[in-house]
Design a protein around this ligand. Structure first.
Ligand code: ANZ
Ligand code: ZN
Length: 892
């Protein structure tokens, strides 16, 4: 029976069946089965799938289907990261409520995903914008607040005037907003909510040991740099100033009521080289003392505060500063040095104050040159032979930043830098003016957003600004609907009903109008899937312990620091709140590579052309309309380059199966994938060939035999061709299994199936079509067909189920066991033994690999052709090269 391959019909037929019968419904526990949790990062509902989604889901689905067939209890859910700015901007632009826009987008994307036939358990679908979900964000917030993991602090924050909201440092790129590439981020002083992620800095770093080998090393490195651990000392300088303490001071004071300025340094060995000290312009000392004593420098200070914080510390950034008029005292030698305010000192690193050593620190060096401050060499560089190099303050053109031997440092002279670091810190500890410390570059996580479309922070203030937590019985604090989306300020401020509340003590209260950063939503959603409709608790602890860490997480590398670090922090916080026992959210991480496509740029029109506007002329791309030769590049698919492809169109035209097979075949999952229409067409042809071959030979297969009794094949009764195809089959099963187990290298797995298909085609032509059939051929063919269908099932599930039913099966491939292979059948068991007489080849005979020397000799003498050449001659010796040849040397 010859059928035509019609992907749209086949795919619709099977999707209807799968979804109507809810075959992907999963259980939290199945007796005797090991759990396997495979999770693709949930999606922001922008409205349409892009090709990066297609790739991500094809990978995840192949893993889910494979693991299911391997006998695991697989959890494979999907959901929507559905709070955030774009919905709100759409509301401003077209007046529709963000919820309406979001819901419509989710519906459309879910529809598109269903066209792909992905094996998600949609019963577990979640959406973070629903009160049923964000209620738990609020509960966690309250519990974390009670545990000291949430706090409110006034500080300078990054502010995007276009977003009209605060940005995390991670959301500022080169001083611009990550969403508004042209908008300068400014600094604004605001009171904001923070999660105390720094409390977990060390654990987040140490946890890498558990993840190493399972996460891409690149991601671990990015997290490590982000956490930025550095070991050093804190050194206390006393301000030379008579301070009147009114009790409201934020400054650090010693027992004598003197102001202490602690600095963080990684180079305590340079302490004798300090020639001045600096504080950040935001340091509390500046407002409390310096500007009172010296009001004329206010303008300079404010200018520094408004500079971009990230650029401020860059090596090549012009250093700026102003003398405070005050002095501090060096704790080791009592020297009085000037105190400056400098832009290159940041308030939120270390202590916000620095001991300046211009001879040994490059930034201090540049600063001292600009403002004519002294230099003092205290660490003398040494040459290869350990001799002191000759250096002088007048001659150096850069700071001497390397370690060396101490000079000009009293009792520490002659020590090397490392010894001196220890000894000087010991001395500081002894006199109570310093200690060893560790510093992290990681900051606490600022979660306040002055936006509507996020989780309301469950806090109320009384008229004096005191903080009250919302009572748990009142959760969720829902977003109000009487809102104006004008694009100015925080829309929540426009709802009187939301803002004005009565406190439990009967007094008037005002509700917090900040909402939570959407990264809070994505920090624990993988746990919610375990029980996504539970309205009593966020999830059950038993489930969490059984299902985390997630066995395989899959997503983009762009989440290396923010999402993946926040989720790790959240998981550890939830552990410490008693919600889980495990330490990490994700055991294995696969970061899929980007999808690239060719772009065509027209110089004349100054724009990127769409592929449909381009044709090839003499192998070069030209504009169809003007004939202009176009500049072409292969780069990340994006709207701005007009080089994207629409997954829905692709799926409609070629089918989900071919689209998946193409994305999985064209590159290993972690590598970049170059989109290529010819490649896609090639995948289609492959599926088509497979489909035609199997459906046209299904009748030939002996369906009375099955895997239960090894298809009833009598190995000795097979023809040579049966043996060959069966060997190829078993080799392919092995190859495909190994490739998947080896970090999901689906590309080599599919390549192996393609090879097998070639051999199957040959078998059909030589055996089935020519009717050259052994007693076992039909049984062998049944095994071949069943197994190749199961092998392709994780990649092309629709066509697999169609062919599976063609073979008379009533089950789905998804419910079948992954095919087995017999190691014995995969090895080459025959070879041609070369027979020589006096070094000349006279015959070749098939032999078993591993044949003994004696048997090989016997075989050689049994050959009639050989006999002809040795007849009547004396055999001098017989040389046997194992598994290769026999050479008979004769004389006469
Ligand atoms: C004196 C010194 C001498 C320093 C020397 C370096 C070399 P890492 O390694 O990144 O942790 N520093 C400390 N706090 C700072 C702040 N808030 N803003 C800007 N710079 C700050 O860097 C630590 C070094 O950076 C510290 O060691 C301090 O300068 C500076 F020869 O102290 B050092
Ligand atoms: Zn912005």
């Amino acid at each position: 029976m010859i059928k035509e391959y019609k992907p749209s019909e086949i795919e619709k037929k099977w999707q209807d069946k799968w979804f109507e019968e809810d075959v992907f419904k999963s259980e939290n526990k199945i007796e005797g089965k090991e759990n396997y949790y495979v999770l693709e990062m949930f999606a922001y509902p922008s409205g349409k799938l892009h090709v990066g989604h297609l790739r991500n889901y094809a990978i995840g689905d192949a893993i889910a289907r494979y693991k299911k067939m391997k006998g695991f209890n697989v959890l494979h859910p999907f959901g929507w990261d559905s709070f955030g700015l774009p919905a709100e901007n759409a509301a401003i632009d077209n007046g529709a409520h963000p919820g309406k826009w979001t819901k419509a987008n989710i519906d459309n994307m879910r529809r598109q995903m269903k066209l792909m036939g992905l094996s998600y358990d949609w019963n577990r679908e979640l959406s973070t914008y629903t009160p049923e979900y964000y209620k738990w964000n609020q509960k966690f917030f309250i519990e974390m607040y009670k545990k000291g993991l949430v706090y409110k602090k006034k500080s300078y924050v990054n502010w995007c005037p276009d977003c009209n909201t605060v940005l995390a440092n991670e959301q500022v790129e080169d001083g611009k907003c990550w969403r508004h590439g042209k908008t300068d981020v400014i600094q604004k002083e605001l009171s904001q909510w923070y999660f105390k992620i720094t409390e977990y800095a060390e654990e987040l770093l140490q946890g890498h040991e558990e993840l190493r080998g399972h996460w891409p090393e690149q991601v671990l490195t990015m997290q490590k740099n982000w956490i930025g651990k550095s070991t050093g000392s804190e050194v206390d300088f006393i301000l030379d100033y008579k301070f009147e303490n009114d009790g409201n001071s934020h400054l650090k004071l010693n027992d004598n009521g003197e102001v202490v300025i602690s600095v963080f340094t990684t180079r305590p060995d340079t302490l004798y080289g300090v020639t001045y000290a600096t504080v950040a312009p935001e340091h509390p000392l500046v407002e409390e003392i310096i500007l009172k004593e010296n009001p004329s420098i206010r303008e300079a200070v404010e200018r520094m505060i408004n500079e971009d914080k990230i650029a401020r510390t860059a090596e090549d950034k012009e250093k700026e500063g102003v003398f405070s008029g005050l002095y501090v005292i060096n704790p080791v030698n009592g020297e009085k040095v000037q105190l400056w305010i400098a832009n290159y000192v940041l308030m939120d690193y270390g202590t916000g104050a620095v001991m300046a050593v211009p001879a040994h620190d490059e930034r201090d060096f540049q600063f001292s040159k600009k403002y004519n401050l002294d230099l003092k060499i205290v660490v003398n560089p040494v040459d290869k032979n350990g001799n002191l190099e000759e250096v002088s303050v007048e001659k150096i053109e850069n700071a001497l930043v390397n370690s060396g031997v101490l000079v000009n440092s009293e009792e520490f002279n002659g020590l090397n830098s490392n010894e001196a670091k220890e000894k000087i810190t010991e001395k500081l500890e002894k006199i109570g003016l310093g200690k060893k410390t560790v510093n992290y570059r990681l900051h606490d996580w600022l979660i306040s957003r002055q936006r509507y479309w996020g989780t309301p922070i469950p806090v109320i203030y009384d008229e004096d600004g005191n903080i009250y937590l919302e009572e748990e019985a009142n959760l969720p604090v829902k977003l109000p609907t009487d809102i104006e989306f004008s694009g100015k300020g925080n829309p929540l401020e426009t709802s009187e009903e939301f803002k004005n509340v009565i406190l439990p003590n009967g007094k008037k209260g005002r509700r917090e109008t900040d909402t939570m950063d959407t990264f809070v939503d994505s920090s624990w959603y993988y746990l919610r899937y375990l029980d996504s409709h539970n309205d009593k608790e966020p999830f059950k602890k038993e489930d969490a312990d059984n299902w985390t860490p997630v066995h395989q997480y899959i997503g983009g590398i762009e989440h290396a620091v923010m999402h993946l670090l926040y989720a790790r922090f959240f998981h550890k916080s939830l552990r410490d709140l008693g919600y889980v026992d495990t330490n990490e959210p994700f055991k294995r991480l696969l970061t899929q590579g980007m999808v690239l496509g060719p772009s065509y740029y027209s110089q004349n029109e100054r724009r990127y052309l769409f592929p449909r506007e381009v044709e090839m002329k003499d192998g070069k791309p030209v504009s169809k309309e003007t004939g202009e030769e176009l500049a072409t590049k292969v780069e990340k698919m994006s709207k701005s380059k007009n080089n994207g492809v629409d997954p829905e169109e692709i799926v409609k035209e070629y089918g989900s199966d071919s689209s998946r097979v193409f994305t999985l075949f064209a590159a290993p999952p972690e590598k970049e994938l170059e989109w290529n229409m010819n490649g896609l067409a090639g995948a289609y042809r492959f599926i088509n060939r497979l489909y035609l071959l199997i459906s046209s030979t299904a009748d030939f297969a002996d369906k009375n035999v099955s895997k239960e009794n090894n298809y009833g094949i009598n190995l000795d009764a097979r023809s040579e061709k049966d043996k060959e195809i069966q060997k190829k089959l078993h080799q392919t099963v092995k190859k495909v299994t190994d490739s998947i187990e080896d970090d999901f290298h689906f590309n080599t797995a599919i390549a192996a199936i393609m090879e097998l298909l070639n051999d199957m085609t040959t078998y059909k032509q030589n055996v089935i079509d020519k009717n050259d059939i052994s007693s076992e051929s039909k049984k062998v063919w049944h095994e071949v067909l069943e197994k190749v269908i199961l092998l392709i099932a994780p990649f092309a599930p629709h066509v697999a189920d169609e062919l599976w039913s063609d073979l008379g099966n009533t089950t789905l491939t998804f419910e079948e066991e992954w095919p087995a292979f017999d190691e014995k059948l995969t090895v080459e068991n025959n070879f041609n033994l070369v027979l020589q007489v006096n070094g000349k080849v006279r015959d070749m005979l098939p032999a078993q690999i591993g044949i003994s020397k004696d048997d090989a000799e016997k075989l050689a003498f049994s050959s009639e052709k050989v006999q002809k050449f040795i007849k009547g001659k004396e055999v001098v010796k017989v040389i046997v090269v194992p598994n290769k040849l026999v050479n008979i040397v004769v004389k006469g």
